[in-house]
Write a protein that binds this ligand. Structure first.
Ligand code: SAM
Length: 313
C-alpha cells in the first residue's frame, strides 16, 4: 500500500500516519528537513507532486494552511495522478470545504493553468514580465518591499561607487524579483552581474525564478536551500540582497543576515528591506556594525558594509 501525504508539516504527523510505505510531499525544503529530523520519514520537496502509482493520497488543506488557488492546483495534480483512493483532511469551516469540492466537481477533467504573469521594472531598466505559481511569493502581484529594494540597489550600483559590483546573492528570491530586476538593470547599463545567485527554500519559487531568469536571458544559478549557500561561495559576493519573511520573530531574518556576513567579501554590501526598521535594525547590527536606513515606497532599506575585523555581538 503506497501512500502519499500532501500538505502536511512535521507537527501534523503522527507515528500511526507514517506506518507502511508512506511518502510526505512538501513544497518548502524547511518542512522536508523537519519531517526527516522529527520522524525519520520519507519526504520529497518538489514543485509538483511525485508520480505514482499511489494507492492512497491524503490531502490536508484549508484557508489557514494554504491559499484556495494552491488547494485547487494540488487537487488538480492529485486528480491527474489518479490514486486508488483519496482522502481530504479539510481544516476549516464546512462551508469552505463544500465550496472547494464544488469547484472541482464542476468539471474534474478540466485542466486549468494557475500560472500568472505580471510586469515589474526599475528606473532605467526594461519592463520584465515575471511568471509566478500558487505557493510562490508573490503570486499574481509584485511585492512593494521587494520593488523598493530592487530600486535602491539598482540606483546605487549604477552610480560611480557601485561600478565594480559584479557578483550578487539574492536570498529568499521568490520568483526572482529583486535579483533579476537588478541583473537586468546592470545588463542594460553595460555592467552585467557575472555571478548572480538566487536562493529560496520554496520549490515553486525556485521553479519560477529559474523560468524567469531564462526568459529574461539573465544567467543565474538558482538554489533550493533553507540554510544559506554552499561553503564554496563564502566571501565571494560584492552584494547581498534579502527581503526576508518576518513571521518568525526575526529568526529567518537572522539566518539571512548570518549568510550575508559569511558570503560577502570584505567591503561587500548587504541590503535588506522591511516595513519598520525598528525590528530588523538590531538583528542586522549583530552582524554589521553600521546600518544606514534608506526610505523608499513606505519601506526601509537597511544598508551595511562588511568590515574585515568586525566581531559578532
Ligand atoms: C518576503 S518573500 C520575498 C520574495 C522576493 N525576494 C520578493 O521580494 O518578492 C521571502 C522569501 O523568502 C523565502 N524563505 C523563507 N525562509 C527561507 C530560508 N530559510 N532560506 C531561503 N529562503 C527562505 C520564502 O520562500 C520567500 O520566497
Amino acid at each position: 500500500m503506497k501512500t502519499l501525504l500532501v500538505g502536511y508539516k512535521a507537527s501534523d504527523l503522527s507515528a500511526k500516519m507514517l506506518e507502511g510505505d508512506v511518502t510526505c510531499h512538501v513544497l518548502d525544503i524547511y518542512h522536508r528537513h523537519a519531517i526527516e529530523k522529527v520522524w525519520h520519514a520519507k519526504a520529497v520537496c518538489t514543485p509538483h507532486l511525485p508520480e505514482g502509482p499511489w494507492d492512497l493520497i491524503k490531502f490536508r488543506t484549508g484557508p489557514k494552511i494554504m491559499s484556495g488557488e494552491l488547494s485547487l492546483d494540488l487537487m488538480q495534480e492529485i486528480h491527474r495522478l489518479a490514486p486508488k483512493s483519496f482522502e481530504l483532511d479539510f481544516v476549516g469551516k464546512e462551508r469552505d470545504e463544500n465550496e472547494l469540492i464544488a469547484k472541482i466537481k464542476d468539471n474534474p477533467e478540466r485542466v486549468r493553468s494557475f500560472k500568472a504573469e505580471w510586469p515589474a521594472s526599475v528606473p532605467g531598466g526594461e519592463k520584465l514580465m515575471f511568471s509566478s505559481y500558487p505557493g510562490c511569493f508573490c503570486h499574481r502581484r509584485l511585492d512593494e518591499g521587494g520593488l523598493a529594494l530592487a530600486e535602491v540597489v539598482s540606483r546605487e550600483l549604477s552610480s560611480k561607487e557601485g561600478a565594480k559590483a559584479s557578483s550578487l546573492l539574492d536570498m529568499g528570491c521568490g520568483c526572482g524579483l529583486v535579483g533579476l530586476l537588478v541583473g537586468s538593470r546592470m545588463k542594460a547599463a553595460g555592467k552585467p552581474i557575472s555571478n548572480l545567485v538566487l536562493v529560496d527554500s520554496h520549490s515553486r519559487a525556485v521553479e519560477a525564478a529559474t523560468e524567469n531568469a531564462a526568459k529574461f536571458d539573465i544567467p543565474a544559478e538558482v538554489i533550493l536551500s533553507d540554510n544559506g549557500t554552499p561553503s564554496r561561495m563564502d566571501g565571494s559576493f560584492d552584494i547581498f540582497v534579502g527581503n526576508p519573511p518576518y513571521y518568525s520573530d526575526y529568526r529567518i531574518a537572522d539566518v539571512f543576515l548570518e549568510t550575508a556576513k559569511r558570503v560577502l567579501r570584505n567591503g561587500g554590501v548587504c541590503y535588506t528591506v522591511c516595513k519598520n526598521a525598528a525590528g530588523l535594525e538590531p538583528v542586522q547590527k549583530r552582524y554589521f556594525p553600521e546600518v544606514e536606513i534608506i526610505r523608499r515606497r513606505g519601506y526601509a532599506v537597511l544598508k551595511s558594509v562588511k568590515e574585515a575585523d568586525h566581531v559578532l555581538v
